[in-house]
Design a protein around this ligand. Structure first.
Ligand SMILES: Cc1cc2nc3c(=O)[nH]c(=O)nc-3n(C[C@H](O)[C@H](O)[C@H](O)COP(=O)(O)OP(=O)(O)OC[C@H]3O[C@@H](n4cnc5c(N)ncnc54)[C@H](O)[C@@H]3O)c2cc1C
Length: 856
């Protein structure tokens, strides 16, 4: 065993072996994988080996597609078969709602290059004759599905990595990790200490324990999972003989089961409601190639439905029931990337579908380690997406919820109840008393909307407009015409201070920093000129700035800030989280309300649009920004939590004479739509350049050499390929939710329409070939323009909904730049729940296009 390597990968499951292979392929060959036992000694050896490309997050879906296409390559390099069976598979819908869900997934596939197809139950039965098609209303066919040999595949990765120069050390447990002052690691193992620049946690079932070695509690939990194998079935053999094909994979939402052919019998697995965590606090180190005791009672309800839906299977004898543990994060997606607050400590764990995702995880992580950037939009699996609130018990509750809902529909207006309330502001009880329907915003209870007095504060979940529609309209109208107040504790807030603060921010941000007492809006881009943040910044004093941003991106942004902090201690960053909370008042009467609560002049001239002041509001020390996300005259007021109730009561009392109302997040988001304001993580993401994102006026290329300036200048000089635009949609009773395809009737061929997926750093395309130059900049995911007569899919929706004040259904999304200013009617259609609705670009915001109201 070497005593010094560039990187140590801990864990020889499918994920560790994939990371090792991708690191070696990217040129880091001085690397070592350390495995406690034999390869596949965690969950990898007893997996059912199924793979598929579909995922709720289109970016994760693309990485899954990459994984599937990689298998041929590792087979060739290693000479080891993965026993790949690319059978294709169907998802069966038993209700119209589930069919809507499949229509949405199918529509997304249109710009992701996925060849899914909506088919009838009889067509599905023809490919899987063991089903009773009468139980279903429709299905979706996905050709990129199948199964493989889990051990063979893990070995194939490991052999391919070894061929490229990587070392693998077996039967050697990592017992401790200690960081050196220079940021490198001593990896203490049973066979001695290895010094490494980087450490990767691919510990699977033990990822939590490895995290604890460096003082981190990763939000990951193992769950027991069962599948059964039948005796050989004559029906299966007969089907194979008569068609010359294997039976396909089937996913049955209602039964919460997946099933497929295994040899000449059937494999059937369940995600049962009565699910059970395994080793919820500590994973025993002596657990190895063992299985858990099957518990047929737990899966009986799923089997009952399964046997009804697939009567052919019920007749077969059960040969074996496998029960094994594997790990999940709160939302079922992996935890990948550098851990914020640590140097050179990387994660690739909580990979619940290692054979669908392992390749993509390895590729993204190796890009990140070697080139400083994952090269893809990996937010959906970034380890930074969960906060400190994701404790062991929180994780336990959420993972159980996620597991038991694995095949359930998540409606766009559905808030999930587990582990709530976690964090609350001092106004929580007041908001409940006001009949608020609460939502979870990065672990914080936040009012979404206010149900009318006497009615139950509860969402009726739906893909269509629901019971919040009327009340949100009331909140919007009262705010726009009088005044409204809302909680904004769920924004991220940071203070950057010290003699180097201004230079630091000028280096990170695309806009100029404001003068003392003023505010700017500014995007942040990475070296590749892609959007990685969007902030409001106020200069609050000499060498002192306040920053507000997206709540969910707090760790993601802190990681970036810390990476770029000068080493001389001239800049300090403080993240407030919930030690600073806020209220926003908006609407034409908001100034009158504020003036009653303060002892300073807040008239138009004395307190201008985009001004910042510290002042006592209702007697409480506060910071006040003259800005609101609603696009009205308005203010954001920030205070310590101890003052929040006092300030809220003062605002409500002062606003009573003007008819003040409470409004929630949904009204706020509706109002921003009619101002064409973007949101972070929907419109603005690291796959878009700032000019594509239509953020032109915040990009000051001439100000100084900020990170990403060169790439941004190039984007401007070349002209962006895409542009973010706003649409007015002729919707009926359902508005866009995000990810819908945008169709255009274009006589000119815009050629290949690509959803950018990867960017910047050298990396590999979906065929495993290294991509460089212009193709790399465009993204590896070649998504074809889909022809339907003259109508083509030319873009995708990022978000939208009903804009209540202007009474229009609106959407934002990306289209080819050449079409971005074409407001003609009849040019665009947006596909909502399988129906293409006419849509028209709206260049100017429909509410207050001149911005007069914000400035008065
Ligand atoms: C019953 C069942 C069915 C499944 N079906 C499928 C399926 O159909 N499709 C699919 O994609 N996935 C399936 N999975 C999930 C799949 O098994 C996992 O996604 C995958 O195995 C995760 O791989 P991993 O490398 O992250 O973790 P693991 O396989 O758990 O590997 C972690 C490795 O790290 C080693 N290790 C841990 N700590 C240390 C240490 N301190 N020092 C040295 N070594 C250490 C362990 O010994 C182990 O070998 C299934 C799982 C189960 C249980």
């Amino acid at each position: 065993m070497k005593s010094h390597v560039k990187a140590v990968v801990i864990g020889g499951g499918v994920v560790g072996c994939s990371v090792l292979y991708h690191l070696a392929k990217a040129g880091w060959t001085d690397i070592m994988l350390i495995e406690r036992s034999e390869l596949t000694s965690g969950s990898s050896w007893h997996a059912a080996g199924g793979f598929h490309t579909l995922n709720g997050d289109p970016n994760v879906a693309k990485l899954q597609a990459y994984t599937v296409q990689l298998y041929k390559e590792i087979e060739e390099i290693s000479g080891q078969s993965c026993s790949l069976h690319l059978t294709g598979g169907v998802m069966m819908a038993d209700t119209p709602e589930r069919m809507d869900f499949l229509r949405l997934a199918h529509a997304k596939g249109r710009y992701l290059g996925m060849d899914t197809e909506l088919i009838t139950p009889s067509e599905a039965k023809a490919m899987f004759p063991l089903m009773d098609e009468k139980n279903f209303v429709g299905a979706m066919w996905d050709p990129v599905e199948g199964h493989l040999d889990p051990s063979g595949t893990t070995i194939a990765y490991s052999k391919a990595a070894k061929k490229l120069g990587a070392e693998i050390v077996l039967r050697n447990r990592v017992v401790d990790l200690t960081q050196q002052p220079d940021g490198t690691w001593n990896v203490v193992t049973e066979q001695g200490t290895v010094h490494a620049e980087h450490v990767v946690n691919c510990g699977g079932l033990w990822a939590r324990e490895i995290g604890r070695m460096v003082g981190v509690e990763l939000p990951v939990l193992a769950m027991e999972h069962m599948y059964l194998l039948t005796e050989p079935m004559p029906e299966v053999e007969e089907f194979n003989k008569s068609t010359g094909r294997e039976m396909i994979g089937v996913l049955d939402f209602k039964g919460e089961i997946y099933t497929r052919q295994e040899r000449n019998g059937i494999l059937l697995g369940t995600y049962e409601k009565a699910c059970k965590p395994w080793s919820p606090v500590n994973t025993p180190w002596d657990f190895g190639h063992e299985l858990l005791q099957p518990d047929i009672d737990r899966i009986a309800p799923s089997l009952e439905i399964g046997f009804k839906h697939f009567p052919g299977i019920e007749k077969a004898g059960i040969k074996q029931i496998i029960n094994g543990p594997f790990t999940f994060a709160l939302d079922g997606n992996p935890l990948v990337g550098p851990v914020q607050g640590l140097t050179n400590f990387w994660c690739a764990c909580a990979v619940m579908a290692g054979f669908s995702q392992g390749g993509g995880v390895g590729l993204a992580l190796s890009n990140w380690m070697v080139h400083g950037d994952p090269g893809f939009d990996v937010w959906g699996m970034d380890v930074a997406r969960f906060g400190e609130w994701a404790t062991l018990r929180y994780t336990n509750a959420k993972v159980r919820e996620n597991y038991s809902r694995r095949f359930s529909i998540r409606f766009p207006n559905e808030e999930l109840p587990a582990a709530r309330p976690a964090q609350t502001t001092p106004l929580y009880d007041t908001m409940l008393a006001n009949n608020a329907v609460m939502g979870d915003s990065w672990g914080l209870e936040t009012p979404l909307w206010f149900a009318p007095k006497g009615s139950e504060p509860k969402d009726i979940v739906s893909f269509h407009r629901s019971n919040d529609f009327g009340p949100i309209g009331e909140e919007v109208r009262a705010t726009r015409e009088k005044v409204g107040v809302t909680e904004i504790a769920n924004f991220a807030k940071y203070e950057v201070s010290g003699p180097g603060a201004e230079d630091f921010l000028n280096r990170l941000m695309t806009n100029r920093m404001p003068k003392t007492g003023r505010i700017v809006l500014t995007p942040m881009v990475n070296e590749f000129g892609k959007l990685i943040g969007d902030f409001t910044i106020a200069k609050t004093g000499e060498d002192r700035f306040m920053i507000w941003g997206s709540s969910a991106a707090q760790k993601y942004h802190m990681r970036w800030f810390e990476k770029h902090l000068p080493k001389d201690g001239s800049v300090r960053i403080h993240r407030f989280d919930q030690t600073l909370v806020g209220l926003s008042i908006a609407g034409p009467k908001s100034r009158d309300v504020l003036q009653k609560l303060v002892d300073v002049d807040v008239s138009t001239k004395a307190f201008r649009f985009m001004d910042f002041r510290e002042m006592a509001v209702g007697g409480a020390p506060c910071m006040v920004n003259r800005i609101t996300y609603t696009g009205d005259l308005g203010y954001e007021i920030w205070m310590a939590p101890a003052y929040q109730r006092l300030v809220y009561k003062a605002i409500k009392d002062a606003g009573a004479e003007f008819g003040i109302v409470d409004f929630g997040m949904r009204a706020l988001l509706s109002m921003r739509l009619e101002k064409n304001f973007p949101t972070w993580f929907r419109e603005l993401r690291p796959i878009y350049g700032p000019f594509e994102g239509s953020m032109d006026r915040f990009i000051k290329l001439e100000k100084n050499d900020f990170i990403g300036r060169e790439a941004s200048a190039k984007e401007q000089a070349d002209g962006p390929k895409l542009r973010r635009v706003s649409f007015i949609v002729d919707a009926i009773d359902a508005d866009v939710m995000g990810d819908e395809p945008i169709w255009a009737k274009v006589s000119k061929d815009y050629g290949t329409v690509e959803k950018p997926h990867g960017y910047g750093a050298p990396r590999f395309d979906t065929a495993g070939k290294e991509v460089r130059g212009s193709k790399a900049a465009e993204g590896a995911s070649a998504v074809r323009g889909i022809v339907d007569g003259e109508w083509r899919v030319v873009g995708w929706v990022t978000s939208g909904g009903y804009a209540h004040y202007v009474q229009k259904s609106m959407a934002q999304g990306y289209v080819p730049a050449a079409l971005a200013e074409d407001e003609s009617a009849g040019l665009f259609e947006i596909e909502i729940l399988g129906h293409r609705r006419p849509a028209r670009i709206n260049v100017e915001p429909p509410f207050d296009p001149s911005g007069e109201k914000m400035r008065t």
